[in-house]
Design a protein around this ligand. Structure first.
Ligand code: MG
Length: 254
């Protein structure tokens, strides 16, 4: 059990239909909070390294499998409530009839988001991580086997809502997008730099709410680029559709 985020190596509750519950180990650098002396911390680090090496191997397998089929996968990460699922619903509707979109939904529990994607017309599989705080490459491998996305598909992976742990795990995706909403703090990129450093794109969502909140878009962009100068930044409202065309262009680029 990890004392920092409560993530444990056990599996979550089972689900029906296309839900997958996955046991996983926990490789974070949390040795400071684990009980025990220097020996225990050393063993923890060794286990963490082994888990990450194993994950990287599976991610490489996923990446090759996707590339062979001309499938583009994007790992979508954010804190809970930033609007990932709403953005995905609109994205699925946008590409309907033009390009197949398959979605991997990651949540600790429930198939609520998968049901939303299905209602929007998307092909979807829900992964429940139980106490786990992120998706890993093995989970995505299993989801791809279930989804069987066709050649040329987009595979959008909605990671577990969390700006910390998902940054550590390569899933085999082509790109990583971080979604931050204007109801969060402008300083999120400074507080969670590893997530922003690992990303290719930042989507600032819910811009329709800007008149009602204290959020500085320009400053947030500056903070994000101070962590990662290569970042592309888009401002959108997944609710109204404003700015979404830029996201569609980005995700569908060759
Ligand atoms: Mg969601």
């Amino acid at each position: 059990m990890c004392g920092t985020c409560g993530c444990v190596g056990g599996s979550g509750a089972g689900g029906g239909g296309t839900r997958i519950s996955v046991p996983h180990a926990h490789p974070h650098g949390h040795d400071r909070v684990h009980p025990g002396g220097a020996g225990a911390a050393g063993e923890t680090i060794t286990l963490e390294q082994k888990v990450l090496v194993k994950n990287d191997g599976l991610a490489a397998h996923n990446r090759a499998w996707l590339a062979e089929r001309g499938i583009v996968a994007v790992n979508m990460m954010s804190s809970p409530g930033a609007g990932k699922t709403t953005l995905l619903e609109r994205t699925v509707r946008n590409f309907a009839g033009r390009r197949p979109v398959a979605v991997v939904e990651g949540d600790q529990e429930t198939a609520l988001d998968a049901e939303r994607i299905r209602r929007a017309g998307g092909t979807v599989v829900q992964i429940n991580t139980g106490a786990g705080c992120h998706l890993d490459a093995g989970m995505v491998r299993g989801a791809l086997a279930t989804l069987e996305p066709g050649a040329g598909s987009l595979v959008l992976v909605e990671n577990v809502g969390n700006l910390v742990c998902p940054a550590l795990f390569d899933l085999g995706e082509r790109s990583r997008a971080v979604i931050i909403s204007v109801t969060e703090g402008t300083d999120k990129p400074l507080k969670y730099p590893y997530m922003f450093a690992a990303a290719d794109l930042v989507i600032i969502n819910k811009i329709d709410l800007l008149p009602y909140v204290d959020f500085d878009v320009e400053q947030c962009e500056k903070y994000a680029r101070s962590v990662n100068p290569e970042l592309r930044v888009l401002t959108v409202s997944a609710t109204t559709g404003e700015g979404m065309a830029d996201w569609y262009d980005w995700v569908a680029r060759p």
